[in-house]
Write a protein that binds this ligand. Sequence first.
Ligand code: ZN
Ligand code: MN
Length: 494
Amino acid sequence: MSAKQILKTRIIVGMEIHVQLRTQTKMFCGCGLSFDAPPNSHVCPVCLGHPGTLPVINKQALRFAILAGLAMNCRIASYTKWDRKNYFYPDLPKNYQVSQYDLPICGEGHFDLPSETDPQTIRIRRAHLEEDAGKNIHDTGAHTLVDLNRAGTPLLEIVTEPDIHSAADAYAFCAELHRLVTYIGISDANMQMGQMRFEPNVNVEITHREGLSKTPIAEIKNLNSFRSVKNAIDYEAQRQIAAWEANPGYELGQAANENRGWNDDRGVTEFQRTKEAAHDYRYLPDPDLVPVTISETMMKEIRTDLPELPIARRKRFVSDLQLSSKDAETIVDHRATADLFEDAIEAGGPTDMLSKQMINIWLSLANDRQTDIANLGVSAAGIAELAGITDRGDINKSAAKQIAEAMLSDKQSPRELAKHLGLVQVKDTAATQAWVQQAIDNNAPAVQDVLSNPKKAKAAVGFLRGQVMRISGGQADPKLVGELIEKLLTPKPD
Ligand code: ZN
Ligand code: MN
């Protein structure tokens, strides 16, 4: 037997993504959505699948699905229907899931993944509405318990064409899609709470001495972080290549496609089962649900709800506001943050200082408090004023941070706070020179280093500047201080 000689490999990935919609109630009944309510407290005869009950379509879920479809450039169906996907499992009380089979609400679309080096288009095959199942709870001793609070929760399932060719691109795509669904407000997409779940379909195209082969497709189920998407694809591609080398007949169409799970602790994918073909689910149109026609008026209305999308907004921040692409990415990442930033510009804040303070001050304050900037309770006008007085040199940068922190609990304006906290920058040369002289008099060793130890001179100047800032109670202008230290410590010519 001759060893197979691999010349080249190419990963092929298509994604399936389930997004939980941010509706008040479930897909086909009036039960509220809940994550941690007591088991089986958000259920009713409809979502429990009692005989004789009739489902009613959640109109908000329908609108959210259309909004997502428009954001992904999908063809929106004017006529869409509901199908039963039949399978038996304890967390599925009706023994079928209501989904959409041949007439999904969103048809072909595309999603442009921006990248400075390698921009690409990921085609969307379809996106359809369906209901979630309940949860089986296995960790309660000898019995498995069933909680049906989640049963009937509206999901949007998005399916891409196999247009992704690296684990890193899959990561980028999932992150961009996550940003998109939160931006348009159709989902909170909290991944710890399972509100966005990723299922990559992975196989590998192998170029070898005898020609071209493809490995069977593995669908990796239920990933709930971008990192696990990346790691699982990387692992799975290597596993398939090794399997192809070792086993004759391990080829697409010859060996079965399979479902695999990701074991994050061990860093491996694990076999679950070979994959059913679609007909195993015995899809059939749901006789209890009427098909939906989507009118032009409804489409127009929903289109007006579509905000500027994150990719376009990033581009605009770079081209129109001259932000670096990294800063634009940081600010645009969260819609409320970007909105506040633009409101602050409108309120007269200087763009450059604003973008710096958004990231270095406001975002860091929000992160410390594990919240978003929009929830800090500061106004766009306040943010704009703080950037304005920093930009003019009325306060220095470290004072700006102190004032920002005070703004979280004090309703005074940044200008008033600067006065009350004694942080208005002193530009008076005589006063500053006195502070500098005091620092020089008190720190002979540092002065010695500045004057006669070139290796330590720079650090010593920094130390002295810090001493001046301390003596001045933060009111000195760091730039002026630097100039004065240099002037006072330059040896005078004879
Ligand atoms: Zn219900
Ligand atoms: Mn699904």
